[in-house]
Design a protein. Sequence first.
Length: 409
Amino acid sequence: MATIRPFNALRPVPERAPQVAAVPYDVVNTEEAREIASGNPWSFLHVSRPEIDLPDGTPIYSDEVYAKAATNFAALKRDCPLKLEETPSLYLYRLIMGQHEQVGIVACCSLEEYDASIIRKHERTRRDKEDDRTRHILVLRAQTGPVFLTYRAQEKIDALVREALTGNPPLYDFVANDDIRHTIWRVPTYGPLVEAFREIPFLYIADGHHRAASAGRARAELNEQSFGRVGNEEYNFFQCVIFPDNQLQILPYNRIVRDLNGMSAQDFLAQVREQFEVVEDGSPSPRQRGNWSMYLDGQWYGLALKDESSRPAGAVESLDVSVLQNRLLDPILGIKDVRTDKRIDFVGGIRGPAELEKLVTSGKATVAFSLFATTIDDLLKVSDAGEIMPPKSTWFEPKLRDGLLSHEI
């Protein structure tokens, strides 16, 4: 059963929260982070992407970058300031994006339960990314970005969340520059929520696999350095925001490919037609599972399997991202491993099909694929089966912000 634990949050004073709050470190590159943080000394990007304060061309995994992270973090704590809560608490974090609203519980979760697969995974992590965030955690002695978890919704927990919101003024309430509203409350009495989660059999990582894996590696290193450890040290837990599955919004994670593997557009289309029903003047966004949209030579095509009964039955193999990979990207375009092949790239669904058209029209890609979004039920089934989703299968929106609540270890 799942354990959630209150913690002493390190957080900005209320008037600084909108300036401190930053997009997750891994959704922007160095140039984008530098532009976002320009003119804002309080942006948490100075901590999560500290290379923005070093000369252009500084390797992002160099010693100077981690040293700068520590310096910037200390300055932010001192000057912003960031205050450490005197008593441990749970928090509620609400995100509103247009008509969509979701409320999660901010807590610490057990790395032992992560190791034991009570907290379940669906993604394979990359060693270089793990190395980076592990070192970042150890240099700061803090986890500064939450892992995004989900669980199968329970009315008992929903009722406790509603009760905690009633008559409870928020700590922070602001609209970020992307028009997403972020509101955080402290839970007045956390005991009932802690007890309720003891009835939840599994938690699931929705987003943040590298943060979770890095917290585990930091824990192992700190265990090696410590004496007389008892198991309840803060580094044995990692910060999470936990949302019920029925509140989550998954957008598609689309694909662009830089060339047609030596083929002409006509030859490529002929090979695609051997595997798929192809409709010209298709919709830029597929309307249902088992359909794909393809942009080529200024035109959208609709794709569907010629024989839907030929779709594999496995939790992973049946996913639309898997079918596209196994029936088209690999055999026709020669893309064997999307993790390493430089000919393919990925575009989050928040950018819409217009971004795919733009990339093809500009010559940065030759063909683009718009997918129907993977469902939360797909994610839970794959996680329960102990399997791994293909890379870039899910794009969650809205995104949590870094820097509002940090967990010192």
